[in-house]
Structure formats: structure tokens, C-alpha cells
Write a protein that binds this ligand. Structure first.
Ligand SMILES: NC(=O)c1ccc[n+]([C@@H]2O[C@H](COP(=O)([O-])OP(=O)(O)OC[C@H]3O[C@@H](n4cnc5c(N)ncnc54)[C@H](O)[C@@H]3O)[C@@H](O)[C@H]2O)c1
Ligand SMILES: O=P(O)(O)OC[C@H]1O[C@H](O[C@H]2[C@H](O)[C@@H](O)[C@@H](O)O[C@@H]2CO)[C@H](O)[C@@H](O)[C@@H]1O
Ligand SMILES: [Mn+2]
Length: 441
């Protein structure tokens, strides 16, 4: 069987060890020859690389692992690029969250002004990765997690229309695992879903068992009372901020009782509640730096010090399983049904054909084939039109280096109350992002 070569772009990411462990788990079905880590922060990546090198030596010594900051070395002769870069790292995420909060507006990684600021940084970073891949491995596929996925997907659609890049999100599958748990099922793979929306902005319209029987009444009954909470034992529920996000889905669900919502819709429907419950001195970026980042890097350093990964607490999760499933779907034409962020092009009949929507697709060796969604209701359609407008304006602002368009994007976001607040936030974001954004005219 062919052995695949994979580049992980953003090799220093907190998610890299999980993806490597997942690749190891699937070696029989998806053989790997080489994993190449690529990052623009040599030191950060090296810690992950050294630890994963020890882990691979113990568990699959025939797999080669390299780490480089040189694009030619990292992108040559590969089949897949799994991308998860964070341009500006957590320090800039903290700014994205704290600057809007200073103005009484939602401070969030991918939603509202924070997501817009992050988008302006991510666009050039991801386009650069696409260009490296096309130069050094033109037949490869890029499987992209880099956020904000909605804006990144619109940017690659518009600015690299022929690129073999597939944009994905782990939020729906994370929620589906919780739904499966509440239904007493072993995993989300025991059911099939209908879902539509934009990234971090969508709704499930059906969940069926493998025989085609709907499970929606039971799911809706649970979500309308408890949101996506389970018995409290899931890893997400152990984190206070995720726990409250999962529970808040109850209030979002009430707005459209026949569907169940993506959790991040809370930022658009309950911004006053979210701002009131935020701490502008300590946001999610601080929690992640003190939590996930500290944990991953201290585990990696422990592996390096001990010279073994035998007792490591590094684990795989659904985030890693989704990207590996996608690679396998393309490599072996598995025709797996997966939610993907793709150009609408008529799948949602009454919606902008050029918008990047998140919908079920059948994924095979030619990439995703979209399933027809049909007509969507006025409520969702109107919300999505406004939000897709935000995402498109950010990409236009980047392309044209336009202050005006970025201001319009902020004004259009449901999270921002007025044009004057939008302007104040924008001026602060420009100052904070001077090393990353193009100079706006
Ligand atoms: N789509 C999804 O549903 C989903 C889910 C989880 C995480 N993510 C995204 O995955 C990414 C990684 O998250 P993380 O928390 O592990 O972040 P992280 O900061 O730990 O890792 C990101 C890495 O990217 C590197 N990097 C930054 N700019 C780069 C560039 N231009 N070229 C190469 N490398 C670059 C950084 O040095 C860092 O090592 C983020 O974009 C995050 O938002 C997406
Ligand atoms: O605040 P963070 O960095 O913990 O999470 C932000 C990301 O949230 C989503 O990913 C979750 C996912 O929903 C959950 O099931 C589990 O796998 O953890 C993930 C990351 O913590 C979202 O989809 C991402 O786009 C965000 O970056
Ligand atoms: Mn996501």
C-alpha cells in the first residue's frame, strides 16, 4: 500500500501531538512514510518535534519526523498539508478578545471584532501556505483548520480559486459527540446529520440513526432543557467557560424550536449577556495559555527530559480524528459524509451562490461533493446574509487595503451596536495589529 507524506503547518500548535497520535492509531489503514512539521517559530516547534520524535521512535520507528522553518524542505514531496496556524499566536488572541471588551463589545477568538482582526492576520498566513504547497507539491491537498475558518475559506475561494484547500471545523463534531453521549450511543458515527449554515453559525435540522429513524425529538427535548450538557464528565464540561457555552445552547434553541444550534450563535443572539459575563482582564486566551498550552508544552518537556513517552498524558481527540478521516476519505475515496465549508453554488437554493457555507458533503478522491440543502427559512437566511456580508467585506478590505470596508464589516456584525463604536474598535485594532495587517488606506 502507498505510504503518505504529510506536512503539519503550524507544527508548534497545541493540536500537533494529538494529530500525530491519531495518525499513529490509523497506520494500518493509512500508512505514513514521513511527517514534516513546519512553523515560523523554530523554538516553539522544536519542543513539539523533539517530544513527538521520541514518541514515534517508541511506537512507529519506521515513520520519519522532520521539523523545519524552510518552506522548500517542509512542502516538497508531500500528499497532504494539515494546516493549523495561529498568526500572532495567543498574545494576539488576547488582544482580539480584550480590545472589543474595552468598548463593551463581545471579545471572542472567531466571532465579532476579534474574529475580524484574526481574519486580517490569517489571510496572508494561509495564502502563503497555499502558495508553498502549490510550488513544492502541486498535487497535494491542504486540509485547513486555521481560524477564523469562515474568513479564511472566503479568502481562499476568492484569492486562490483553484487551490486544493478544504476548510473544516471541529465544533459540530464536538457537539455531536455530546449528543451521542446523551443518546446513549458510543459515538457520533452511529448517526447521520443534516446541518447548514456558515462556520460557527449553523443549525442541525435532523439527526437520524443508521436505519434512517429520526432522533430529533429526543435530542430537541434534551437541548431545550440542558443545552449540550451531559453528566458533566466530558473534557469540555470540565472547563468552566465551555461548560457555560454548552448550557447556553438551551436559550439559542428556544429561538427556533425545530432545530438545534451551533453554540457560538450565543455571541450573536445574547451579546449583552456575554459581555456582562466576561472578565475584560482575563479572557479565554488567558485560560488557554494557562490550560491547554501549558499542559501540552509541559508534557512535551517531560517526554524530552525523561527520554520516553511511555507514561505521557498526551491523548487523541475528535479534533484529530476529523482531519485524519478527511485525509483518508481523499486518499482512499471512502465517500464519507462530512460537514465541510464549501462554496454554496446552489446547495442552499435561496442563498448567495458565492458564499462559503458549512453543509454535508460526500468526500472522495476528487474532494467534497455537496449535498443539496434546499430552501432555508427567512430567519436563518437573513442572519446568514448579514454574517456572510461581514466575511466578504473583510476579504475585500484585505485585498483593497481598505479602511472603509473593514469599518463596514464591523458595522455589519450583529455584535457591534453602532458605527461609532465600530470605528473606535477598529482604530484600536489597527494599532494592535500594525505588525500583521496591511496598511489600510
Ligand atoms: N477550525 C476549527 O474548528 C479549529 C479547532 C481548533 C483549533 N483551530 C485553529 O487551529 C489553529 C491552532 O490553534 P492552537 O490553539 O494550537 O494555536 P497555537 O498558537 O498553539 O499554534 C499555532 C502555531 O502556528 C504557528 N504560526 C503562526 N503563524 C504562522 C505562519 N505564518 N506560518 C507558519 N506557522 C505559523 C505558531 O508559531 C504556532 O506554533 C488556530 O488557528 C486555531 O484557531 C481551529
Ligand atoms: O477556546 P479554545 O481555544 O479552547 O477553543 C476555540 C475553538 O473552539 C472550537 O473547537 C473546540 C471544539 O468545539 C471542541 O469539541 C473540542 O474539540 O475543543 C475544540 C478546541 O478547544 C472551534 O471549533 C474552534 O474553531 C475554536 O478555535
Ligand atoms: Mn471551529
Amino acid at each position: 500500500m502507498k505510504k503518505f507524506n504529510i506536512t503539519i503547518a503550524g507544527g508548534g500548535s497545541t493540536f500537533t501531538p494529538g494529530i500525530i497520535l491519531m495518525l499513529l492509531d490509523y497506520l494500518d489503514e493509512f500508512p505514513i512514510d514521513t511527517i514534516k512539521l513546519y512553523d515560523n517559530d523554530k523554538e516553539r516547534q522544536q519542543t513539539i518535534a523533539d517530544a513527538c520524535g521520541i514518541l514515534l521512535e517508541e511506537r512507529a520507528p519506521w515513520v520519519t519526523l522532520t521539523a523545519s522553518t524552510d518552506p522548500a524542505e517542509a512542502f516538497t514531496d508531500v500528499d497532504f498539508v494539515m494546516a493549523h496556524i495561529r498568526v500572532g499566536k495567543y498574545a494576539m488572541r488576547e488582544q482580539d478578545e480584550k480590545i472589543p471588551l474595552k468598548h463593551g463589545v463581545i471579545g471572542q477568538e472567531t466571532c465579532g471584532p476579534g474574529g475580524i482582526a484574526y481574519g486580517m492576520r490569517s489571510i496572508p498566513g494561509v495564502l502563503e501556505l497555499v502558495d508553498y504547497m502549490e510550488k513544492y507539491s502541486p498535487d497535494a491537498w491542504m486540509l485547513n483548520y486555521s481560524n477564523p475558518a469562515a474568513i479564511v475559506a472566503e479568502a481562499t475561494r476568492k484569492l486562490r480559486p483553484d487551490a486544493r484547500i478544504l476548510n473544516i471545523c471541529d465544533m459540530p463534531i464536538g457537539i455531536e459527540e455530546l449528543i451521542a453521549k446523551n443518546l446513549g450511543l458510543s459515538s457520533r458515527k452511529e448517526f447521520e446529520v443534516d446541518y447548514y449554515g456558515l462556520n460557527h453559525f449553523g443549525w442541525w435540522t435532523d439527526i437520524r440513526d443508521k436505519k434512517g429513524n429520526t432522533l430529533m425529538p429526543e435530542v430537541i427535548s434534551h437541548v431545550s432543557k440542558n443545552g449540550y450538557a451531559t453528566d458533566g464528565s466530558s473534557e469540555l464540561e470540565q472547563q468552566a467557560s465551555w461548560n457555560s457555552t454548552l448550557k447556553k445552547a438551551k436559550d439559542i434553541q428556544a429561538l427556533d424550536p425545530d432545530t438545534i444550534p451551533n453554540t457560538y450563535l450565543k455571541y450573536y443572539f445574547f451579546p449583552d449577556y456575554e459581555v456582562a459575563n466576561s472578565n475584560s482582564e482575563r479572557t479565554r486566551a488567558n485560560e488557554v495559555m494557562e490550560g491547554r498550552e501549558k499542559f501540552i508544552f509541559s508534557e512535551c518537556r517531560a517526554i524530552i527530559e525523561k527520554g520516553t513517552a511511555e507514561d505521557t498524558r498526551l491523548t487523541i481527540d475528535e479534533h484529530a480524528s476529523y482531519i485524519v478521516d478527511l485525509a483518508r476519505a481523499i486518499a482512499f475515496n471512502t465517500k464519507e459524509r462530512m460537514l465541510m465549508i464549501v462554496e454554496n453554488n446552489g446547495a442552499i437554493r435561496n442563498f448567495d451562490p458565492t458564499a462559503m457555507v458549512e453543509i454535508p458533503c460526500i468526500v472522495g478522491s476528487k474532494g467534497p461533493e455537496k449535498l443539496v440543502v434546499g430552501e432555508i427559512p427567512r430567519f436563518q437566511k437573513s442572519l446568514m446574509e448579514q454574517q456572510a456580508g461581514v466575511e466578504k467585506l473583510v476579504v475585500e478590505a484585505f485585498e483593497e487595503e481598505s479602511y472603509q470596508k473593514l469599518w463596514q464589516a464591523l458595522i455589519l456584525s450583529r455584535t457591534v451596536p453602532s458605527a461609532s463604536v465600530a470605528k473606535d474598535i477598529l482604530d484600536d485594532l489597527i494599532e494592535a495589529n500594525r505588525d500583521y495587517w496591511p496598511k489600510l488606506k
